[in-house]
Design a protein around this ligand. Structure first.
Ligand SMILES: NC(=O)c1ccc[n+]([C@@H]2O[C@H](COP(=O)([O-])OP(=O)(O)OC[C@H]3O[C@@H](n4cnc5c(N)ncnc54)[C@H](OP(=O)(O)O)[C@@H]3O)[C@@H](O)[C@H]2O)c1
Length: 219
């Protein structure tokens, strides 16, 4: 019998108007140093971190925990990469000595760098995309019980649409990026307000010049 799915936290670092990047894709750094440090603590508190291939292509992130305190075991770094677009030269692959990396993909043919775990999934029945539930099932099989999604908006939208996000950790910077900025949550396919996912606010605290809000899914 399959075990429970990992608990999913979505971390967002946005402008006041909920944008994660400018229209050109620039996102470093929207929030301040203190918020980014908390981001590293959140990483350290989860078994795995997960990003979409769009984020890997735009930012080439390392996704390791970088704190002054002694480093805990690095979380598993998972790329949701249906079309296998992550380049061989990605920093995630260059830092396999620092911590493990897994790729969840629909692609059957590509060769991946040695040491990378490859989770080959079948496309979701509705949109043909990498199925969020399948990614979590594969993570559970790998011993993961908590996942921190670090973006981007398209991937966040897919996991929210599937009802799989249990908590939001939202860092909001006092800037505005306007309608051409990239939204922090992609399409939720919503027409009726009654169908919107609802969260309960648990905590709000100032952090440097930013605001850190925590919400939990209202079930
Ligand atoms: N401010 C922040 O904290 C922050 C954090 C992260 C990113 N960003 C910014 O956000 C931008 C990238 O975000 P993004 O929204 O364009 O990309 P994204 O969400 O990182 O990645 C999108 C890709 O994820 C893949 N994917 C995997 N499973 C999916 C599913 N079920 N449904 C849909 N897509 C799925 C798709 O590629 P395949 O079809 O190949 O699977 C899709 O094209 C960059 O500009 C980056 O700088 C900002």
């Amino acid at each position: 019998m399959p075990g429970p799915l990992p608990f999913v936290t979505l971390k967002l670092a946005t402008s006041l108007d909920g944008r994660i990047a400018t229209s050109s894709g620039e996102s470093r750094w929207i929030t301040g140093e203190a918020a980014r440090r908390e981001g590293h603590r959140l990483r350290a508190a989860h078994d795995a971190v997960l990003v979409g291939s769009g984020t890997v292509l735009a930012d080439d992130p390392e996704l390791t925990v970088r704190l002054d305190t002694p480093t805990p075991p690095q979380p598993l770094r998972i790329i949701a990469d249906g079309r296998a677009r992550t380049p061989e030269t990605a920093r995630l692959f260059a830092t396999l000595d620092l911590g493990p990396v897994a790729v969840a993909t629909l692609d059957a043919g590509r060769r991946w760098p040695e040491g990378v775990s490859v989770w080959r999934l079948s496309p979701g029945p509705e949109d043909g995309a990498l199925p969020p539930q399948g990614v979590l099932e594969a993570a559970a099989k790998a011993g993961v019980s908590s996942v921190l999604i670090e973006g981007g908006g398209v991937l966040a939208g897919a996991f929210l649409r599937a009802g799989l996000v249990g908590r939001l950790e939202w860092f909001r910077a006092p800037i505005l990026l306007g309608a051409r900025g990239r939204p922090c949550v992609g399409d939720l396919h919503l027409d009726a307000l009654a169908d919107a996912p609802v969260f309960v606010r648990r905590e709000v605290r100032p952090i440097g010049r930013d605001l850190w809000e925590t919400y939990e899914r209202d079930v």
